[in-house]
Design a protein around this ligand. Structure first.
Ligand SMILES: [Zn+2]
Length: 395
């Protein structure tokens, strides 16, 4: 038996006036998804536990078969894994953004999309200045990591910088105990290293935002996740362009397949993803394919791009899989988003997500097309996302 889990990030939505009260999923031309739905079963999943933020990391951890309430320990550790950084069990791993601060206000959470080249030089200087505090690891553009051995910091209440755009910085680092103050001091002192740096002088001269401060957040210890194979008895692979999801692949012992041309944006090479997916079926019992573009369209409030993303997933990824998978014997294909990213509100929500499962050895229910409303009437009912894989494999 082969299993495919196809995740359209942020694909589900709310009815839109511009679409005459329909959702992008209802309007998109997606004959392959609809055919699997017609011949398969549908239901709903709760992907975000009540006490956790509706992030893609939390939602996808559940979809990969791990209860996020038990295993989720922050964004930092997942990103470290995807960057190939070895961490020990008392390392607290922070995500470190390079940001723009202006008069005490957080002016830009990505420092004007600073280049990786410029950022690496700044991160290097931060490492020199803060050498007794921990270690910085340069990443891509404004996205970096900071690791410090201080287990108590795992519970520090930090805030994602994109949630405090235009707000007063002091209000979000209002910590008082000794361990937390060390982090607060680093954030504030980073200005001394960065503000007058040559790189920032040049950026300002070129009308670009300076990376004049760091922001530490999303921290946690390495999660103690059992290997996917030990939990479910089969091996598998992941295809994704997103660091967080790659990190899930690393910790669960799945094989991360790099796809040339996969960007995690509207311009991603869907055809290449489809080709690599078909190829991966040979050696993988289960294949997780994650596509970021519908989520990006949701954040951008772009209806056309969201519909287009769904149609491309259907035509260029799902269709070649359907055309090839039967040659390996029986199979099941699950289709779902990790969470909704509604166009109207341009951020993630906690809504239940629609699920469709086609099995080559099972019948169908009465639901004929795949969308938010129809799936709620399906025979699979409602379940927690972290039960999906177990049910897929054992039923
Ligand atoms: Zn997501």
């Amino acid at each position: 038996m082969k299993y495919v889990v196809l995740i359209g990030d942020g694909m589900s939505d709310y009815p839109l006036d511009e679409l005459n009260g329909k959702t992008p999923l209802q309007v998109a031309d997606k004959p392959n998804i609809d055919e699997l739905t017609l011949k398969g079963r549908t239901g709903q999943l709760k992907t975000i536990p009540d006490n956790l933020n509706p992030g893609s990391d939390v939602a996808n951890m559940g979809i990969f078969g791990y209860d996020p309430q038990k295993y989720y320990s922050g964004r930092g550790p997942l990103e470290a894994a995807s960057m190939g950084i070895e961490v020990s069990k008392d390392d607290v791993i922070f995500r470190c953004n390079l940001i723009t601060e202006k008069n005490g206000i957080l002016d830009d959470f990505n420092a004007g999309h600073i280049t990786s080249y410029e950022a690496a030089i700044l991160i290097n200087n931060l490492n020199e200045y803060f050498q007794d505090k921990g270690e910085f690891y340069p990443g891509i553009s404004y996205r970096h990591l900071f690791i410090r051995k201080d287990e108590q910091l795992k519970d520090l209440k930090t805030t994602p910088p994109h949630d405090i755009f235009g707000k007063k910085i002091d209000d979000y680092i209002n910590w008082s105990d000794k361990n937390s103050l060390a982090i607060k001091d680093m954030i504030l002192d980073s200005k001394k290293v960065l503000e007058d740096h040559e790189i920032n002088k040049k950026r300002i001269a070129n009308n670009k935002k300076p990376a004049n401060m760091i922001w530490l957040w999303g921290q946690g210890l390495k999660p103690n996740m059992p290997k996917f194979k030990d939990l479910y008895g089969i091996n598998g692979s992941t295809i994704t362009a997103v660091d967080l999801i790659k990190g899930l692949g690393v910790f669960s012992g799945l094989n991360n397949i790099d796809v040339p041309g996969a960007t995690g944006y509207f311009d991603t090479d869907y055809k290449s993803k489809g080709k690599y997916a078909v190829n991966a079926l040979k050696d993988s019992n289960i294949l997780f394919i994650h596509v970021e573009s519908p989520d990006e369209a949701g954040h951008a409030g772009n209806i056309d791009e969201k519909i287009k993303a769904i149609e491309q997933i259907d035509e260029k990824i799902l269709k070649p899989i359907i055309n090839n998978i039967a040659s390996f014997g029986d199979y099941k294909i699950a289709i779902l988003p990790d969470h909704a990213t509604p166009i109207d509100i341009r951020t993630h929500t906690r809504d239940l997500v629609p699920l469709a499962i086609y099995s080559s050895c099972d019948g169908s229910d009465d639901v004929k097309s795949y969308d938010e409303k129809s799936a709620a009437k399906g025979s699979l009912g409602l379940d927690n996302a972290f039960n999906l894989i177990g049910k897929l494999i054992n039923s």
